[in-house]
Write a protein of this length. Structure first.
Length: 385
């Protein structure tokens, strides 16, 4: 029976995007006769749009080569989703200074809808949402404020020292730098957030969840197919995020039990304590606390790992720059075995090297926003076809 229904199911699956394609195509051409028309771009095919134009090689290289032909502000249709790519400094400047309010919402990938995470996450909520303002304000004052950052300095320096020792111990051996950095950064963040080394599989699960974000998902190109979750990505993310949230739940329960047992005077005040204090006054829900901790762990690990890996690779490719950076370290640190944040402030050449490496290899090569209403920049004001 299931086999007999398969062709029918496939036809229906294909018919839906086709229908959407026809409708959206009509709408956009109708809009083209009014006020709004899209910037230029390669001609889209029915249903798949320009997805085939992105085949072969690195995605950002393909996009750069298309932008070379069609301009720094170009339209591509990814499945049925019309997407405007802004790829030059000037166009990006214009978009994010003049039209910032209109681009206030990130495009939410379907996997991030798992467990309704996107509805209580400062990363995915649009910045005009009052909850985004609350969460962002809490993160700014309780996690990233100068006071909180300086309180966590000891934990950061200790964990950086652990990473340096790990490299020392493996001198003259093959080392997977990315692996050591990811683990080190995860330990660093878990110490800053929870004041403990998390000996759970949270690190590995989190890495897999973040990696899935980079994989193309049919549900993002054909939103009407979302409920079917054809590749099973949302289902997979739901299962794995439940595991992450369960672990964070246990950490919260432990801390709440500890809070009852420990005398007030002996209490430390880490990020989790601050968030639980806000939870006890009703300013945050338990779900929001878990999402915020998840966001920080996810946003801070892979980004740092990629940035340092690229900086190391660029130093190896440029022996002259490597020699200058080493010389600066030798003169600034003297014979010191350990490095502190106060030392880093004085390593200006090293800082410039990392910044240049970030410019050459941004860890996130695209930032995806959805417009909250129609916008048009000088660069996009192209003549009507
Ligand atoms: C070299 C390391 C890092 C790089 C290159 C980096 C890069 C970025 C980028 C490009 C964004 C998106 C900005 C946007 O959409 O406008 C972002 C957002 C964010 N990053 Fe980082 N990041 C790094 C380290 C960290 C660390 C260590 C943390 C946490 C401790 C962190 C927490 C966040 C958060 C919470 C957001 C979302 C902010 C919001 O949406 O309001 N990042 N980061």
């Amino acid at each position: 029976m299931a086999c007999e229904l398969l062709p029918l199911f496939l036809c229906m699956t294909l018919a839906v995007p086709l229908l959407i394609y026809v409708i959206t195509n009509r709408r956009s051409s109708a809009a083209g006769h009014g006020q709004w028309h899209h910037p230029p771009g390669p001609r889209p095919l029915p249903i798949v749009g320009n997805l085939l134009d992105l085949r072969g090689g690195n995605l950002h290289h393909r996009l750069a080569s298309l932008a070379h032909t069609h301009g720094p502000v170009m339209t591509l249709r990814l499945g049925v989703v019309t997407t405007v790519f802004v790829s030059s400094r000037d166009a990006a400047w214009e978009a994010f200074t003049k039209h910032d309010r209109r681009l206030a919402a990130r495009t939410v990938p379907d996997t991030r809808r798992a467990l309704a995470h996107s509805e209580r996450s400062m990363v995915w909520l649009p910045s005009y949402d009052p909850m985004w303002k609350t969460l962002r304000g809490i993160a700014a004052s309780r996690i990233f404020s100068p006071r909180s950052l300086s309180a966590a300095r000891g934990a950061r320096e200790r964990k950086v020292q652990d990473m340096v020792s790990c490299f020392h111990q493996r001198a003259l051996q093959e080392v997977d730098i990315g692996h050591v950095l990811y683990h080190g950064m995860f330990d660093l963040l878990s110490n800053v957030l929870f004041s403990v080394d998390l000996h759970t599989n949270l690190r590995e699960v989190l890495e897999e969840i973040v990696a899935l974000l980079a994989k193309p998902n049919v549900s993002d190109f054909f939103p009407l197919l979302r409920p079917l979750d054809l590749q099973g990505f949302r289902h997979w993310t739901t299962m794995h995020m439940s595991r992450v949230f369960d672990i964070i739940d246990k950490i919260i329960d432990c801390r709440l039990d500890e809070a009852i047992a420990i005398d007030d005077d002996d209490k430390r005040m880490d990020v989790l304590d601050s968030l639980l204090l806000l939870m006890s006054t009703g300013s945050l829900t338990r779900g929001q606390v878990k999402s915020m901790l998840f966001d920080i762990l996810a946003a801070g690990t892979e980004t740092t790992k990629i940035t340092v890996e690229w900086a190391m690779a660029e130093l190896l490719r440029n022996p002259r720059v490597m020699a200058t950076a080493r010389e600066e370290m030798k003169t600034t640190l003297g014979g010191k075995e350990t490095i502190t944040e106060a030392d880093v402030v004085r390593l200006l050449y090293l800082q410039a090297t990392v910044k240049e490496s970030m410019r050459l290899h941004p860890c996130q090569w695209h930032l995806s926003y959805c417009r909250t209403w129609r916008w048009r920049t000088a660069a996009t004001s192209c003549p009507r076809a």
